[in-house]
Ligand binder design. Structure first.
Ligand SMILES: [Zn+2]
Length: 255
């Protein structure tokens, strides 16, 4: 309900009830709503990788360079030619030269326009992809059908993590005030299968921000919810591991 409120999708009656309750000065709900607002604000920034924006920059630079090149190369100088000096044959020659120049220029222009269109399309595709991820995460977090999983730490000082698992859309894992792993080390999610003797299945790695917060979307969990006994988080070297190399810091049963 809090996430739905923060997203602005709560129905008017529920919203009025919640706001009336907040006016009453409930600190617990105010804090939870602050956290939900933070979570919702993070959804918009959830990009898969930093790499695409470099690629986009590259494409834009290519377009700019191609245009600068074309402009330099085809500065018209026809006006400098004294036409009255030329006989008919020369005029014909000039005309064919002009046609070539013109078709080349046209070709360049088409090419530059195509490159610009490609860059714009690429940018739009990246924005769309980002928006799709954010929408997906928002649905996972707000859908009552999602299974809520608390991942407790053995260390009582370490806050628990929360996962929401939607059978079709994936898992959103969130945490606040989480100790940041040292150096380049990362946290890694594992799916512990129900099958007897089944090995932990590696999933995504992540690092909390400087304040110990993170939101992780696992759009395609490597195992079905029905076949998963528990979620576990270990600390691993940069890039993650194929099997856990440390004891889990957090574990939560899937049921
Ligand atoms: Zn309250």
């Amino acid at each position: 309900m809090y996430e739905a409120y923060a997203l602005g999708v709560l129905d008017p009656a529920e919203r009025a009830a919640l706001e009336a309750h907040l006016t009453g000065g409930c600190q617990d709900c105010a804090k939870t709503i602050d956290e939900a607002r933070w979570l919702v604000s993070q959804l918009a920034y959830m990009a898969p990788e930093a790499a695409p924006s470099d690629m986009l920059k590259g494409r834009l630079m290519q377009t700019v360079r191609a245009e600068a090149h074309a402009a330099k190369r085809f500065t018209p100088s026809r006006s400098a030619i004294p036409f009255w000096m030329w006989a008919g044959v020369a005029a014909l020659f000039l005309f064919s030269l002009y046609s070539t120049w013109n078709s080349q220029r046209l070709e360049r222009e088409i090419q530059a326009a195509n490159q610009r269109a490609a860059a714009i399309l690429q940018e739009r595709r990246e924005l769309d992809a980002q928006l799709q991820l954010a929408k997906r995460a928002a649905i996972i977090v707000t859908d009552p059908a999602s299974l809520k999983i608390a991942l407790a730490s053995q260390d009582p000082q370490t806050p628990a993590l929360e996962a929401k698992w939607h059978s079709q859309l994936g898992i959103v894992l969130t945490g606040q005030s989480i100790p940041v792993p040292s150096g380049n080390r990362v946290l890694q999610l594992w799916l512990i299968p129900k099958a007897p003797g089944g090995k932990p299945i590696p999933s995504l790695t992540f690092r909390p921000d400087a304040n110990g917060k993170f939101v992780l979307l696992v759009a395609n969990p490597p195992e079905l919810m029905a076949a998963t006994k528990a979620l576990a988080i270990t600390e691993e070297p940069e890039g993650g591991s194929a099997q856990p190399s440390t004891t889990p810091r957090w574990v939560g049963g899937v049921s």
